[in-house]
Design a protein around this ligand. Structure first.
Ligand SMILES: [Zn+2]
Length: 67
């Protein structure tokens, strides 16, 4: 009856499009993110250690096309 128990094993993943602070690199293509370039920010809440925050190009990432 209950079918709500088969979701992703990774808990508390927050992902949204924003602008990265300067100095960050795209985690997919490893290129520096430009100040006004939209990125997809992903925060994974890990059980051990601080939350892991990564940034990827939201639109114009050469790696995201094939991936
Ligand atoms: Zn990229």
């Amino acid at each position: 009856m209950a079918t709500a128990n088969e979701t992703a094993p990774v808990r508390d993943v927050v992902e949204y499009v924003t602008y990265a602070p300067s100095g960050h690199k795209c985690s997919a293509c490893m290129r520096p993110v430009k100040p006004m370039e939209a990125v997809r920010r992903t925060v994974v809440d890990r059980s051990s250690g601080p939350p892991l925050t990564t940034y990827r190009h939201a639109n114009d990432c050469p790696k995201s096309v094939a991936a």
